[in-house]
Write a protein that binds this ligand. Structure first.
Ligand SMILES: Nc1nc2c(ncn2[C@@H]2O[C@H](COP(=O)(O)OP(=O)(O)OP(=O)(O)O)[C@@H](O)[C@H]2O)c(=O)[nH]1
Ligand SMILES: [Mg+2]
Length: 509
C-alpha cells in the first residue's frame, strides 16, 4: 500500500484570538491624575493555506489535523500595544480543492502562490486610551479581543494532468505511462496495482504535456465497487481522456466494446466539482477522448483490434492500436494526445480566464446592517438582534464591568438598534437577544426614551409611571437633555470611529 500519498483530509483550523485591550491610567510623580494609557490588544494570527509546488501530499495534515495560529498579545499600560499573532502558513499541493464539511467547494487552488485564508484571526480589543472621548475622558474599561475563527475544512488533492488514462485494471495504463514518459510506475499482472495516480511528462513534437493514470475501474465503480470512483477526481482537470482497452484479456465476461461501455457509464455517473476557480469543466463523459487498444503484440491481438475498430469508430472515437511492450503505435497515440491538449489550451486561452493567484477569503461578511425580528421564544415573545456589528460588539464586552456593558448599550443605541426595537413594537421590559445563540439575553431598558413617535403601546411608557405629570418646563428640559445626550453620543461615535480606524491601521488591516 502506498501509505505516503494522502489526497483527502479533514483539517480543523483555529485562528488566533485577538488580545484584550488594557485598562490603565498613567502614573507619574506629582501628577496624580494622568490620562488613560491602556493600549490595544494585538490581532490573532490567521491560518492560511498557500499553494506550494514543493508540496505533493496532504500527509502532514493527515497526521496532524488540528492546526492553530497564535493569539494576539494583550495590550499593556503605557500605550504598549499587544503583538499581533503570526499567521500560520500551511503549504498545500497544486490542485488542492477546499470544501466545507457538507461538500461545498470553497476554493480550487491551482496557481502556485495562491493564498486561501482558512480561518481569520480575531481583532484585538481597544484599550481604554483608544476608548477615551470628550465625554468619557477616563474609561474604566477596555474591549475584549475577539475570538479567532475556527472551522473544519475538507482538503482534496486533484492531480493536474493534461491527459488521463482510464480503463479496467491491468489494461496496461501504467505500462503506457512508462512507455511514453520517463515515469516508472509500478506495473504488475494483478488488478489494482495502481493505488494512487502516476504522472508522466510526454513530449510530442513541440507540445509538452502531462499524462496521469488512475486506479482501474470496474463495473459498479460508481457504487463503490473495486476502488470506486474515488480516484476519478484526479482526472477532473484533464483536458482529454484516453480509454485504454485490453486486447489480451481472457476473462470470458469481457469484450473490448463492452469494456468501453462500462467505463463510459462509470464516467457518466461521476459528478465533477464545480466551484470558485474551477473554470468551466465539462462532465467527464463529455471530455474529448481517444481509444487505445493496448497489447496488440500478443498473438491474435491485431485480429481482435481489427474486429472491434469499426464499432468503436462508429461510436465516434479515434482508435489507436498500441503496445506498451513493443512500443507499437505509441508515436501516433502521443501526437493525437498532443493535438487534443493543444486544442484545449487554445480554448482556455481564448476564454481568458484569469488564474486565481490572489488571496481568497471565503467568508465575506456584510458588516453594515442589522435586523431585529420578533420571535416566539419558550418564555414568550422576544426580539432578536442579528448583525455583524452587534455580534462582534457583544464578543468585545466584558460583562463583569458595568461601564463596558453601558458602552455596549450606547453602541447599540447609536447603531439604531433601540429605534428599530421601538419600530417593531418592542416595549421596555421585553426580552432582547443578541445573536443566533441565546448567550446574550437581557430585559430591555431603553437608555434614552425617545419622543412621542417612539412610544410603546398605551400604558407601557416608562414616563407614565411617574406619580406626577411633568410640567411643560420640565418636559422641555428633559427634551433638551435628551438632545444634548444625543449630540454628545454622536460626537463620541465619531471619535470612536476615528480611534478604531487608527487602531485598525496600526494592525495593518
Ligand atoms: N503483452 C503485453 N502486456 C502488457 C502490455 N501492457 C501492459 N502489459 C501487462 O499487463 C499487466 C498490467 O499492466 P499495468 O500497466 O500494471 O496495468 P494497469 O492498467 O496499470 O493496471 P492497474 O494499475 O491494476 O489498474 C502487466 O503484467 C503488464 O506487463 C502490452 O502492451 N503488451
Ligand atoms: Mg496501473
Amino acid at each position: 500500500m502506498a501509505t505516503e500519498f494522502v489526497d483527502r483530509v479533514t483539517l480543523h483550523v483555529s485562528a488566533g484570538d485577538g488580545g484584550n485591550g488594557c485598562t490603565s491610567v498613567r502614573r507619574e510623580k506629582f501628577k496624580p491624575l494622568g490620562g488613560p494609557d491602556g493600549a490595544n490588544g494585538g490581532t490573532g494570527g490567521d491560518v492560511v493555506l498557500v499553494v506550494d509546488e514543493q508540496t505533493t501530499t496532504l500527509l502532514p495534515y493527515h497526521r496532524g489535523p488540528h492546526r492553530a495560529a497564535p493569539n494576539g498579545g494583550i495590550g499593556k499600560g503605557d500605550l504598549r500595544h499587544g503583538q499581533d499573532g503570526e499567521d500560520l502558513v500551511l503549504p498545500v499541493p497544486v490542485g488542492t480543492v477546499v470544501k466545507s464539511p457538507d461538500g461545498e467547494v470553497l476554493a480550487d487552488l491551482v496557481e502556485p502562490g495562491t493564498r486561501f485564508i482558512a480561518a481569520q484571526g480575531g481583532r484585538g480589543g481597544l484599550g481604554n486610551a483608544a476608548l477615551a472621548s470628550p465625554k468619557r475622558k477616563a474609561p474604566g474599561f477596555a474591549l475584549l479581543g475577539e475570538p479567532g475563527e475556527s472551522r473544519d475544512l475538507v482538503l482534496e488533492v486533484k492531480t493536474v494532468a493534461d491527459v488521463a488514462l482510464v480503463g479496467f485494471p491491468s489494461a496496461g495504463k501504467s505500462s503506457l505511462i512508462a512507455a511514453l514518459s520517463a515515469a516508472r510506475p509500478k506495473i504488475a499482472d494483478y488488478p489494482f496495482t495502481t493505488l494512487v495516480p502516476n504522472l508522466g511528462v510526454v513530449q510530442a513534437g513541440d507540445v509538452r504535456y502531462t499524462v496521469a493514470d488512475v486506479p482501474g475501474l470496474i463495473p459498479g465503480a460508481s457504487e463503490g465497487k473495486g476502488l470506486g470512483l474515488e480516484f476519478l477526481r484526479h482526472v477532473e482537470r484533464c483536458a482529454a481522456l484516453v480509454h485504454v482497452i485490453d486486447m489480451a484479456t481472457w476473462d470470458p465476461g469481457r469484450d473490448p466494446v463492452g469494456d468501453l461501455r462500462t467505463i463510459e457509464e462509470e464516467l457518466a455517473a461521476y459528478a465533477v466539482d464545480i466551484g470558485p476557480g474551477s473554470g468551466d469543466l465539462l462532465p467527464l463523459s463529455e471530455r474529448p477522448a481517444l481509444v487505445a487498444l493496448n497489447k496488440v503484440d500478443v498473438p491474435d491481438g491485431h485480429e481482435l483490434a481489427d474486429m472491434v475498430r469499426g464499432d468503436l469508430e462508429a461510436a465516434g472515437y479515434r482508435v489507436f492500436e498500441v503496445s506498451a511492450v513493443s512500443h507499437t503505435g505509441l508515436r501516433e497515440l502521443s501526437f493525437a494526445m498532443a493535438g487534443l491538449v493543444a486544442a484545449e489550451r487554445e480554448r482556455r486561452e481564448s476564454l481568458e480566464v484569469e488564474p486565481v493567484r490572489t488571496v481568497i477569503r471565503p467568508l465575506a461578511v456584510d458588516d453594515s446592517g442589522f435586523t431585529v425580528r420578533a420571535e416566539d421564544g419558550p418564555d414568550g415573545r422576544l426580539f432578536r438582534v442579528l448583525g455583524e456589528k452587534p455580534r462582534r460588539w457583544v464578543l468585545q464586552t466584558d460583562f463583569s464591568n458595568d461601564e463596558a456593558v453601558g458602552y455596549l448599550s450606547d453602541r447599540l443605541e447609536k447603531l439604531g438598534v433601540e429605534e428599530e426595537l421601538f419600530r417593531v413594537g418592542a416595549v421596555p421590559g421585553d426580552t432582547i437577544v443578541i445573536g443566533t445563540d441565546d448567550a446574550v439575553v437581557f430585559d430591555w431598558d431603553p437608555t434614552m426614551v425617545g419622543g412621542a413617535e417612539l412610544l410603546g403601546s398605551r400604558g407601557t411608557d416608562l414616563r407614565l409611571e411617574d406619580e406626577r405629570r411633568p410640567s411643560r418646563k420640565e418636559r422641555k428640559a428633559a427634551f433638551h437633555d435628551r438632545m444634548d445626550a444625543k449630540a454628545e453620543a454622536r460626537a463620541e461615535m465619531e471619535a470612536e470611529r476615528v480611534a478604531e480606524k487608527a487602531a485598525s491601521r496600526d494592525e495593518g488591516r
